[in-house]
Ligand binder design. Structure first.
Ligand SMILES: CC(C)(COP(=O)(O)OP(=O)(O)OC[C@H]1O[C@@H](n2cnc3c(N)ncnc32)[C@H](O)[C@@H]1OP(=O)(O)O)[C@@H](O)C(=O)NCCC(=O)NCCS
Length: 150
């Protein structure tokens, strides 16, 4: 979906979001948090989406489901040179539409408590803070959770 109209069309900003395929594996596993086999499984489950600008991958989002029911953004990542140019917003808009179409009414996400930038981004794009799990990350860093109504 583009940033302005229907699925599969390029937006005014040249951003298109689509489901990831196995050809995207290296790009959508670049953070190294997950074993590539696991990422490939998630691609097959339709839990990974890629944003392209002018045909080149520039960002991705990986999701999972709390209790296998409530969608949760495990990671949203835009390559550094393309940040603050609408890519994250386009990924989110596409994901929200996919989830609404599947009957979901809530989206969860999270960010480390020591990372103010992504927290500010989440608030800016409509998420509200809904809780903290203390000490869950390496080094005892907590994770702040967000929710957004779809
Ligand atoms: C967080 C991230 C996904 C945002 O994507 P992005 O493409 O840079 O953001 P966008 O350009 O789509 O921003 C959309 C809106 O948020 C605003 N915004 C961007 N970064 C912001 C920030 N740090 N604080 C507040 N607002 C921000 C933009 O100005 C824009 O506002 P507008 O809609 O009013 O014009 C990206 O910066 C990133 O990959 N960061 C590193 C990884 C990370 O921290 N991921 C989140 C934790 S899972």
């Amino acid at each position: 979906m583009d940033t302005d109209s229907g699925f599969g069309q390029r937006g005014a900003m040249g951003i298109m979001v689509r489901p990831a395929t196995s050809a995207d594996l290296a790009f959508v596993a670049q953070d190294g948090h997950l074993d590539p086999n696991r990422v490939e499984y998630k691609i097959r489950q339709n839990e990974v989406f890629v944003a392209e600008r002018d045909g080149v991958p520039v960002g991705f989002v990986r999701i999972e489901y709390l209790w296998s029911v409530v969608p949760y953004i495990a990671l949203i990542h835009v390559i550094e040179q393309q940040r603050a140019r609408g890519v994250g917003k386009a990924l989110l808009a596409h994901l929200e539409q996919v989830l609404r179409d599947a009957g979901h009414s809530t989206l969860l996400s999270s960010s480390q408590v020591d990372e103010p930038e992504p927290q500010a981004w989440h608030r800016h794009v409509g998420f509200s803070e809904c809780g903290i799990i203390h000490g869950i990350n390496e080094g005892g860093v907590g994770e702040v959770f967000f929710r957004k109504s779809l």
